[in-house]
Design a protein. Sequence first.
Length: 178
Amino acid sequence: MTDLTGKKVLALASQGVEQIEFTSPREALEKAGAEVTLASPDGKEFQGMESDWEKKDFFTPDLKVAEAKADDYDALLLPGGTLNADAMRLDEDARALVREFLAAEKPVAAICHAPWLLIDAGVAEGRKLTSFTSVVPDLKNAGANWVDEEVVVDGSLITSRNPNDLEAFNAAIIEKLA
């Protein structure tokens, strides 16, 4: 098993996050020894969802997105969920963090609807990416090379399509961090 002791991962999430797309990578990373910190735009408790409809658990962030610094972490985790991804793409601090992580060549892992944030951060153009099917036109319009694969690694950027791809997504994150 890969040992990620001492590695720190920042997860960005908010109301409507697809719960399993946050909890599954978090659990895999923590099992490998990494520390996962949760940030949300307002720093307030929010509720996860299943398939954008079924309400799930509540999560309390460790800090606000504006308080997070890329220098303090080894990787960035962007779970999906339509409401969550839409809120994140509008947050300038979240967009700036994505750019900072990628500029430092630190892993950025986005699943499902989370690649919306990559588009609005201005980092999708020319990248090979995957996403949830409804995000495909947006990625193509942003100049990304969209492919239908369970996990795509383009440099330090890792993307997956949906919760069915979590095993491959989690493995790719851990491999990139190792």
